[in-house]
Design a protein around this ligand. Structure first.
Ligand SMILES: *[C@@H]1O[C@H](CO)[C@@H](O)[C@H](O)[C@H]1NC(C)=O
Ligand SMILES: *[C@@H]1O[C@H](CO)[C@@H](O)[C@H](O)[C@H]1NC(C)=O
Ligand SMILES: *[C@@H]1O[C@H](CO)[C@@H](O)[C@H](O)[C@H]1NC(C)=O
Ligand SMILES: *[C@@H]1O[C@H](CO)[C@@H](O)[C@H](O)[C@H]1NC(C)=O
Ligand SMILES: *[C@@H]1O[C@H](CO)[C@@H](O)[C@H](O)[C@H]1NC(C)=O
Length: 507
């Protein structure tokens, strides 16, 4: 007993001497020191938590505006009062202190131009029902949806969720409106069908992308709130991962080749790109990989982690069946983005400039064009890094989630100004709110909704809209773009001619 007691006593002393490696006689002082250490640990924990993001700080200070999932009975209804009881509505027009919106907000004016003279009538909106997946009406801040046809995967779900979050972010500031939305890839409202003296006005139809031949109105795609099927997080979280991944490896230490990974089967031009891959006999400067989605799903997307994708100095972007959601992920690396001539645009891509944000690849000679871009870039490293950096800054700054919401805010406000009638709830529409969507949701969908939910109305006003382009500025903008591309083509032609001469001499 005695010995045992002593041993325990010794052990205790040794533990104490580990924590307090100096002699303190008074028990009070000991506790004081322990308390001090505790405070230090707590303090540093709180500090890092608080520093996380300023928006988190604001949110925790302001409390949350949670969903009320405890509806009294089984029929779920939207809350009578959408907004927190203590929320003060302030009627603020974008104040002079608001920042200017990024450049791509200009295209809101361009997309709505076809109706600037005529306005938008109910008949025009209804004509867009031909291909629309749903019709959405906002009346006094409440949302009503009529579904025509379920969208592919969860595109429609997260698009609707995004609009509902916009309403939580800017309560009382989204006007009454009536819109048709099509979740399919390709734009369908052909401008040639609505040209000429006696032409009828085109139907306004929202979708994720447009091209030069069509008049569809572009809207941010579902992936900003999450892409459940392929495990892509909401944009505000993904941006942080992308930033971390980008900082993991310096440009200089990245593989000096052009990288692409994706599914080539969706488009002929992607099949052609696969042929540019390096072979034993030829260094084409391209490293092309085929995405095996089935295998990726089995392995839990280990090999397609977007936060870990900046290992090459050059990254190729090539459209699939239409625009591709992946463009923003590719641009987010400091690596130089090699854009194979895009035919479609989404809401921000028309503001990307060749030689400022990306390097233009000739779609008619992809392999030669990529070979040249990489050789040129490995020679003029500083220039290429500057372009890569500009693109990742564009993604991290101009494409922050705050601006995505502001884009939706301004687009819907400008659109609503054109409506020539008071929207009403369509006969077969039902009310939709965050509760109706998120309360019964399960699994990945639920998780993404919770992560991307707007927790509190924002106090600040949206950014200040730019005035529309005039013809002169728009023309010179396109001119500038074309001139940069021409510049690259000229260099490229000379390079490729030289290469051919070399192989002839050697061969
Ligand atoms: C949540 O909704 C139920 C049913 O509509 C209501 O009785 C309850 O008061 C609500 N709770 C809160 C916190 O608003
Ligand atoms: C459920 O609640 C809704 C709205 O409060 C009400 O209209 C409906 O009659 C209720 N249903 C039942 C079965 O209690
Ligand atoms: C589309 O709208 C037209 C009227 O413009 C209407 O006749 C037609 O039934 C509508 N189609 C659908 C699917 O709602
Ligand atoms: C391209 O080449 C790399 C390196 O040889 C190889 O690992 C990869 O599988 C090739 N890609 C395709 C699509 O064949
Ligand atoms: C679309 O139009 C713009 C402006 O005229 C032009 O610069 C661009 O090359 C066109 N895109 C395609 C794919 O033709």
């Amino acid at each position: 007993m005695e010995i045992g007691y002593q041993r325990v006593g010794n052990q205790r002393r040794s533990i104490e001497s580990f924590w307090l490696p100096f002699y303190i006689n008074k028990p009070f002082a000991k506790y004081f020191l322990l308390f001090f250490i505790f405070l230090l640990v707590l303090g540093s924990y709180l500090w890092t938590t608080l520093l996380d993001t300023t928006s988190n700080v604001l949110q925790s200070r302001r409390g949350k505006f949670p969903l009320n999932c405890s509806s009294g009975n089984n029929t779920r209804t939207c809350p009578v009062n959408y907004y927190p009881a203590d929320y003060k509505f302030v009627n603020d027009n974008p104040s002079s202190s608001s920042p200017n919106c990024p450049h791509y907000f200009h295209w809101i004016h361009e997309d709505l131009k076809p109706w600037r003279k005529t306005g938008i009538t109910e008949e025009m909106v209804e004509r867009a029902n031909r291909t629309a997946n749903f019709r959405l009406v906002i009346l006094n801040g409440r949302t009503y949806v009529q579904t025509y046809e379920k969208g592919f995967q969860t595109r429609d779900v997260f698009t609707l969720w995004g609009i509902l979050q916009l309403l939580r972010r800017y309560p009382g500031k989204i006007p009454d409106l009536d819109m048709m939305f099509d979740c399919v890839d390709w734009p369908v409202v052909r401008s040639s069908d609505f040209a000429g003296e006696n032409a009828v006005a085109p139907p306004p139809l929202f979708r994720y992308c447009g091209d030069n031949e069509t008049l569809d109105i572009v809207f941010p795609d579902w992936s900003f709130w999450g892409w459940a099927e392929i495990n892509i997080k909401p944009w505000q979280d993904l941006l942080k991962d992308l930033d971390k991944g980008n900082k993991m490896q310096r440009w200089q230490n990245r593989e000096p080749y052009a990288y692409w990974k994706g599914n080539p089967e969706v488009a002929e031009k992607r099949m052609e790109l696969v042929k540019c891959n390096v072979t034993e006999n030829q260094e084409s400067n391209a490293r092309i990989y085929v995405q095996d989605w089935k295998e990726e799903i089995k392995q839990g997307f280990k090999h397609s982690d977007l936060g870990n994708q900046c290992h090459h100095r050059y990254k190729i972007y090539i459209e699939g069946s239409a625009w591709s959601v992946s463009e923003k992920y590719i641009l987010a690396c400091d690596s130089l983005s090699l854009l194979v001539t895009p035919h479609y645009y989404d809401f921000f891509s028309r503001s990307l400039l060749p030689l400022v944000h990306y390097w233009p690849i000739n779609e008619d000679d992809k392999c030669g064009s990529i070979k040249f871009a990489v050789d040129w870039g490995n020679k003029y490293k500083k220039k290429v890094q500057r372009i890569g950096r500009k693109a990742s800054d564009f993604i991290q700054e101009d494409l922050r989630m705050e601006y995505v919401y502001d884009y939706m805010f301004h687009l819907l406000n400008e659109y609503a100004k054109l409506l020539k009638y008071k929207p009403r709830v369509p006969k077969s529409a039902t009310e939709l709110c965050s509760e109706i969507m998120a309360c019964p949701a399960e699994g990945t969908e639920k998780k993404l909704m919770m992560e991307s939910m707007v927790n509190w109305p924002i106090d600040e006003s949206p950014c200040k809209m730019p005035i529309p382009f005039n013809k002169l500025t728009l023309d010179s903008y396109h001119k500038r773009k074309q001139n940069s591309i021409k510049e690259v083509r000229t260099l490229e032609r000379d390079y490729l001619r030289e290469q051919r001469v070399k192989t002839k001499i050697l061969g």
